[in-house]
Design a protein around this ligand. Structure first.
Ligand code: NAD
Length: 438
């Protein structure tokens, strides 16, 4: 199959590289010439484990190409995937579809009849209908428009793409369905379930999935608060409920609230869709409220752990990216935490294994250190914000010896309380009973 991927970001580049790895002939288009120049030089625009090798292997085999020239990129395509950003529109949280519609207008003049245009971007219900209307307006005829939302997770994107829990295809005609089935054939030969449904249903499925995961996170965060008040352990509660197959163990980790480039914007966009349809979504609305409040609560927790005043205190943060194994800082919980602490006079020093470059632009007053131990040096408190694996094995005795104070606020529950206390640290976990006060 000849496939064009428009948008070469976290989703487009991984999807394009994986499709080419299945044996398809793929062209990735991006209007950002720095990204495309970098890719031509073998430099990845994002940090994603295994991506550089996958891209190189398929470029070397002549199956993966990059260009900024959209007209050239789409002219021979059998399927054109749109994987551009759909950020939350400022003010109302509606998904901003400017990039999607712009890409559709740009490609309309250059695609051949019979091409299938597929939204891989997360787009609200009815976007496919809008795309059909734009294509017609622009004079593109006999084009199928399908929806194929992406469920990969940053940090595990290649494995997720190649071994998905399911593939969702929303198609309104048999040609689009046949082309998408052919594209994904290597996967469902391996028994990946493929759900073929209507386009609007596929569009909504993505939002419903992300909203449900967000509900799980906010739910366990509220249970964690209760655990602290009644001296119970949320880790064991999560395990106790997660072993029930009807609930499942994933997304039951208490923490600083969900962030990243998807859940915050997708929950807001779902609420917008619901409002437009006149159908209240109370559970998702409350989830968003709980999550918004969570960020302020994290600041309060750190201030409290430091005795109620952080003015002039040196606070070390371990991890800044919104989750481990990515450099993505979009809507990372670290951002409001840094802002909140700085506002109260705290001095922040931080270390993240890969997100520093992005973080530096967002956090001009933060001092960046080169290792967890450098962060601990002279710190009054150490706060685990992102659960990078490399933080799990650090030497807590060495950390405690380097610090000026002894407070360890573990927003991700990566450390064992007894071990931390054994190192002389005052441990503040999440939902693991009452904190050990100084
Ligand atoms: P991204 O910002 O990393 O990448 C988008 C790319 O599209 C950018 O490189 C941008 O330059 C390019 N672009 C924009 N307009 C263009 C145009 N007209 N022509 C060519 N290139 C254009 O975004 P992302 O994180 O990859 O997300 C893309 C979509 O996938 C979003 O709708 C998102 O919600 C969805 N999604 C993301 C993830 C994730 O983990 N990041 C997972 C599932 C779904």
């Amino acid at each position: 199959m000849r496939i064009t991927m428009i948008g070469t970001g976290y989703v487009g580049l991984v999807s394009g590289a994986c499709f080419s790895d299945f044996g398809h002939d793929v062209i990735c288009v991006d209007k950002d010439s720095a990204k495309i120049d970098g890719l031509h030089a073998g430099k990845m625009p994002i940090w994603e484990p295994g991506l550089d090798n996958l891209v190189k292997a398929n470029v070397d085999r002549g199956r993966l190409h990059f260009t900024t020239d959209l007209a050239e990129g789409v002219k021979n395509a059998e399927a054109v995937f749109i994987a551009v950003g759909t950020p939350a529109r400022r003010g109302d949280g509606h998904a901003d579809l400017t990039f999607v519609y712009q890409a559709v207008r740009e490609l309309a003049a250059h695609i051949k009849p019979g091409t299938v245009v597929v939204t891989k971007s997360t787009v609200p219900v009815g976007t496919g209908d809008q795309i059909c209307a734009i294509l017609e307006e622009e004079g593109a005829t006999e084009i199928s428009v399908a929806s194929n939302p992406e469920f990969l997770r940053e940090g595990a994107a290649i494995a997720d793409f190649k071994h998905p829990d399911r593939i969702v295809v929303g198609a309104e005609d048999s040609h689009a369905e046949a082309v998408l089935k052919e594209i994904y054939r290597p996967l469902f030969l391996n028994r990946a379930p493929i759900l073929i449904t209507g386009r609007r249903t596929a569009e909504l499925t993505k939002y419903a999935a992300n909203a449900f995961l967000a509900v799980k996170i906010s739910f366990i965060n509220e249970i964690a608060n209760l655990c602290e008040a009644v001296d119970a352990d949320v880790q064991d509660v999560a395990r106790g409920i997660g072993l029930d197959n009807r609930i499942g163990p994933k997304f039951l980790h208490a923490g600083p609230g969900y962030g990243g480039s998807c859940f915050p914007k997708d929950t807001l966009a779902l609420l917008q869709t619901a409002e437009k349809a006149g159908i209240d979504q109370r559970i998702v609305r409350t989830t968003v409220e709980v999550n918004d409040a969570r960020k302020g609560e994290m600041v309060d927790r750190i201030v409290k752990a430091l005795g109620g005043d952080v003015a002039g205190k040196r606070i070390g943060l371990l991890g800044l990216a919104f989750k481990p194994n990515t450099d993505d800082m979009r809507d990372a919980p670290s951002i409001p935490i840094v802002e909140g602490l700085e506002k109260q006079g705290g001095k922040i020093v931080a270390f993240d294994p890969v997100a520093r470059e992005h973080a530096e632009k967002l956090m001009p007053n933060v001092e960046f250190a080169g290792s967890p131990y450098a962060v601990a040096q002279g710190a009054d408190a150490l706060v685990v914000v992102t659960e990078w694996d490399e933080f799990r094995g650090i030497d807590l005795d060495r950390v405690a010896a380097a610090m000026a104070g002894k407070v360890l606020v573990d927003l991700r529950n990566v450390y064992d309380r007894a071990e931390a206390e054994g190192a002389g640290l005052h441990y503040w976990g999440m939902g693991r009973g009452k904190p050990s006060h100084p």
